[in-house]
Design a binder for this molecule. Structure first.
Ligand code: PLP
Length: 459
């Protein structure tokens, strides 16, 4: 049987990668902070896609770096039997970015793959020391997202993404509460007391499971998609690390979304002055120019593998590809050479202050939180009780749809978290690191106008 030829109509909707009931605007080109639609609309991307495009689109230097690497003919290499200079350079750049606190880098193609690697390697860490190790359990958190593959989804606490797959998920993952002061910190409770409460909960979970059975604790320092930019309370990471180390378990941080400079330091943990045993990073690593993610390992972990089998029992075809590394290396060099972290902090402080100034009193804005260029706004039906809207109202989708309409031409990242088992709504703002003061003003003007309009139309 002959296939019918591809026509203008036929290539439109064979994709299966999004909501099949909807039509999506087509993007045909992009430059800087702007996406261009097939209808010639210019849309400002205020969320870098899914907090990915940290340098915006079409950055000349990154394109040239990828082109140069392509000209060598080495876009792909079987990483299990060849080395590549550009991959080595990227790993060196990443280790230097930790000031030598981390020792080795394992490259993958996506955040979920990096999390799978972290889950497996942390088990192997104990297996190297004792083949009969009783360490089989992970402790992770509610209201978290670590990826959609089975291991990563098992450690996630994202109810709606887990629900259909619960029978497949690992039963050795145990969730404790997240660090979510807006809904958890009691009236008059100090940050220090709140942190102690969280550390005690982790300690209790260790003791309930048997500390000798726990591999590690997994957390996002700033919760991304599952809650909308909820940062750790100062002291929290340190306190949780201390509990892990007290019981000889690993402290594992997922910086897939909040890392790579998004919060103003290259790694979110650097602001707390602690170092994880294992860390992942992804989105801002390649800035969307290539699919690339990484797992960074501390000396403690590397030493155990070195002294044991000498190899991580894992591997993927598309890992450590030179073309991915060329893009990520250039993105990371630009961030360093152009001192963009300082810009992230400055512009981010202004963005947060303006959002609070214009939206804090809005009756349906429950919370505005974040840091650097990573801000979340949570919406509530009732500001006093913090009750969220029912999911069927689709607040964050309504906000996105109005924002990307020809009236506003801007995009935010819509999200739903889970509040006591009920879906709550938020939006995330995560613009590129090189935005201007005018861009910040423009984002705030549109965000405020869209929120006001959506809720006034519902009143
Ligand atoms: N971890 C976090 C914190 C994330 O935000 C995500 C994706 O949004 C992932 C892991 C999974 O990454 P990916 O979608 O690249 O597989």
């Amino acid at each position: 049987m002959a296939f019918s030829p591809i026509t203008e109509e036929s290539h439109v909707e064979y994709g299966f990668h999004r909501n099949l009931r909807k039509e999506y605007p087509e993007i045909v080109s992009a430059k800087g902070n702007y996406l261009y639609t097939s209808e010639n609309r210019q849309i400002f991307d205020a969320c870098g896609g899914a907090a990915v495009s940290c340098l915006g689109y079409g950055h000349e230097r990154v394109i040239q770096a990828m082109y140069k690497q392509s000209l060598t003919g080495v876009t792909y290499l079987a990483s299990s039997f060849w080395a590549s200079p550009v991959v080595k350079d990227l790993c060196k750049e990443l280790i230097q970015g930790t000031n030598g606190e981390m020792a080795r880098v394992y490259l993958t193609g996506s955040g979920s793959e990096a999390m799978e690697a972290a889950i497996k390697l942390s088990r192997q860490f104990f297996y190297e020391k004792n083949k009969d190790t009783p360490r089989v359990n992970f402790i992770a958190r509610e209201n978290s997202y670590h990826g959609n593959t089975i291991g990563a989804l098992s450690v996630s606490g994202f109810i709606t993404r887990r629900q259909p797959y619960i029978p497949f998920l690992m039963d050795n993952v145990h969730h404790i509460s997240s660090c979510y002061p807006y809904r958890q910190q009691e009236e008059g409770e100090s940050d220090a007391a709140f942190v102690t409460r969280k550390a005690t909960e982790l300690d209790n979970k260790f003791r309930e499971l048997g500390p000798e059975t726990v591999i590690g604790f997994i957390a996002e320092p700033v919760v991304g998609a599952a809650l909308g930019c909820v940062p750790y309370v100062p002291g929290y990471l340190k306190a949780m690390r201390d509990v892990c180390h007290k019981y000889g378990a690993l402290f594992i941080l997922d910086e897939v979304m909040c890392g790579s400079g998004r919060t103003g330091t290259l790694h979110a943990w650097q602001a707390e002055g602690i170092v994880p045993d294992i860390q992942t990073m992804a989105k801002g690593l390649g800035g969307g120019y290539q699919p690339i993610a990484a797992m960074l390992l501390s000396q403690k972990v590397v030493k155990t593998i070195m002294e044991g089998s000498g190899q991580f029992i894992h591997g993927l075809t598309y890992q450590a590809m030179p073309i991915q590394a060329a893009a990520a290396l250039e993105v990371q060099r630009i961030i360093r050479e152009e001192n963009l972290l300082e810009k992230v902090t400055r512009r981010g402080t202004a963005l947060g202050a303006l959002l609070k100034k214009f939206l804090a009193e809005h009756p349906n804005v429950g919370d505005i939180r974040g840091g650097g260029l990573f801000w979340g706004i949570e919406f509530v039906k009732d500001k006093r009780t913090k009750q969220p809207f029912p999911p069927e109202v689709g607040i964050s989708q309504k906000i996105l749809e109005l924002a990307i309409s020809p009236q506003f031409n801007m995009t935010f990242y819509p999200g739903t978290g889970s509040v006591d088992g009920i879906q709550g709504d938020h939006i995330i703002l995560a613009p590129p690191f090189n935005i201007t003061n005018e861009d910040v003003d423009n984002i705030v003007t549109v965000v405020v106008a869209v929120i006001q309009l959506v809720f006034s139309e519902m009143a």
